[in-house]
Design a protein around this ligand. Sequence first.
Ligand code: 5GP
Ligand code: ZN
Length: 136
Amino acid sequence: MKDCIFCKIVKGDVAAYKLYEDDDIISFLDIFPIHPGHALVVPKKHSVDIFDTDEETMGKMMKVAKKLSPSVMKGTKANGINIGMNNRAAAGQEVLHAHVHIIPRYDDDGLKAWSKNLFKDDKHKKELYEAIKKEL
Ligand code: 5GP
Ligand code: ZN
């Protein structure tokens, strides 16, 4: 996809610190890391987000995230790892080429992934439960 920064990295037109590469997936260090060592797992074939990425490719991305996590953990001397994927602008997605984040975390690093919320009431909980199940 023209003008897609991750497609340019896949093609080798833009440099990146590559950690892993196979026929379908590439992984490299994030240029603006949440903590240094923050890595991205990216499908070589352009897709925008989880909705647009086929199940097999999502599986391959998670497989690579699983493979790389211990190395990121040890290499950065992290105490934990967040695996995450932002989908759509409302969820914080900035690069519109699907990717999974591997984020090293440290005890008391002060970062909060997200705050917790409550359902308005039991009726609300049941309504949302039914609405999601209907879409399955
Ligand atoms: P998003 O917010 O879309 O989930 O995350 C996109 C990530 O891509 C960000 O963490 C950002 O720092 C990273 N990023 C954006 N442009 C580049 C780039 O040119 N090279 C690399 N290595 N990472 C990038
Ligand atoms: Zn792309």
